[in-house]
Design a protein around this ligand. Sequence first.
Ligand SMILES: Nc1nc2c(ncn2[C@@H]2O[C@H](COP(=O)(O)OP(=O)(O)O)[C@@H](O)[C@H]2O)c(=O)[nH]1
Ligand SMILES: [Mg+2]
Length: 338
Amino acid sequence: MNVVSAITGLPYVGKTTLFNLLTGAHASTGAFAGAEAETNVGVAKVPDQRVEELAALYKPKKITHAEIMYRDIGLARAEKPGQAISPQKLGDLRTADAIVHVVRAFSAPSVPHVDGSVDPVRSKGPEREMKEREKAVLRRAIAALAEERPLRDLDLDPDEEKAIRGFRFLTRMPVLVAVNLDEDDVAEPERVIAPVREAAKAHRASVVVPVSAKLEAEIAELPPDEAASFRRDLGLAEPALDRLIRATYELLGLCSFFTVGEDEVRAWTVPYGAPAQQAAGAIHTDLERGFIRAEVIGWQELLKAGSEANAKKLGVMRTEGKTYPVKDGEILHVLFNV
Ligand SMILES: Nc1nc2c(ncn2[C@@H]2O[C@H](COP(=O)(O)OP(=O)(O)O)[C@@H](O)[C@H]2O)c(=O)[nH]1
Ligand SMILES: [Mg+2]
């Protein structure tokens, strides 16, 4: 499956800085980036050491990591409720699998703050504004339905029309809160993120991830070993990219399985525990349709055995049927017939 995450939040919280860090894009940031600008779209390669190790064994022609698509949805400051987001951007938000809500916990006096001061718990992002539009349309929808009138009866202007087309309740979408920290708080983020986590929990957005978008963007520019030692000095266990992507998998209940061979070593994303037949469909619909069985082995077991042939000889390669629940880190070899 192709996972799409929408990055959103108030202006000047570091959305675009984070987006650039994740996707390697160069979208403009800061005061002149224009909250009205188009949605930025980019792709992050899911970092996965297991893919590298499997590739070292197979030396394939091609290595393909799993990907997450990010949409950076910049918002203007609204004069009236509902004005903060265009129907286009609302659509970009709704059709995502998850929302990354960036809240600002860095001070930086030179960067304007739309609410006058830094408070990552208060930061409500754009949801409140969007709720107003939804609420207004929904009230009318409920009234119509209560009278047993079809929603077609409602006279809606084009914006309202879009607000309910393909309706998906924004406030039921899974949210990951990215707390954009002051550099001073990077080593010990707990003090800042604990209250955010409490507030988030109350609204069932339980995944809260600390980042320091600007600092990490700077580190990402360094050569790899310099970056690693810089991170160590700062007490940063791992890059924000890894942490954020892992949290996204956790939030959405996703896992990766692999296909291996001399042509390609590749990671695929499926819901954790997806039946083998459905997982095969991520590779190709033919494999799902004509699924016979799958040969399955854990990535570590395969590395230990040194080859599939040896794994078979050792009896560590299993044969599984259609309903076998696929787990994170397994290698699948699908036998099919169409
Ligand atoms: N000090 C500091 N500044 C940041 C950080 N993240 C972003 N900024 C700055 O804040 C400004 C707004 O960032 P931007 O990514 O454009 O925010 P957006 O409006 O949410 O997309 C830019 O000047 C960034 O350089 C951070 O972690 N620390
Ligand atoms: Mg921006």
